[in-house]
Design a protein around this ligand. Sequence first.
Ligand code: FES
Length: 144
Amino acid sequence: MSETQVTYLTAAELATPAAENQVRVTFLPEDKTVEFPFGSLEYDGHGLPMSFLDIAENYGIFLDHACGGACACTTCHLWIKQGAQGVSEAEDLELDRMETAADIQLSSRLGCQAVVEKPGTYVVEIPKWNRNYVQEGKPSTTGT
Ligand code: FES
């Protein structure tokens, strides 16, 4: 999907629940929400198909992914704030990798490995250290 085709949901659209068989994902702190029919997303080639990284890449939303989505870094770390029950279980490789990530919480996942498996509403937040990467134009090496 090219960026010129991207439209994010408006506040009025967000006031109504996602339609049946739709996937609605809000990326914080950018507060950008996208919605599409479950099973319709083209694979962008980053991370697992239908991972949050794949969704972000499809819609031009920045989620760092230094290893290209191969579960070999932690730069795609995010927190799942809503919808965790519709997301794939973490595999051992992801769990091992997560042990090296900053700001680990119970809701932490690697955006390239956490796959949306059902229609529904999802909210994910990119941690501060990753947001700093965007704001400063360089990677942060600490959890602050
Ligand atoms: S992009 Fe490297 S682990 Fe997800």
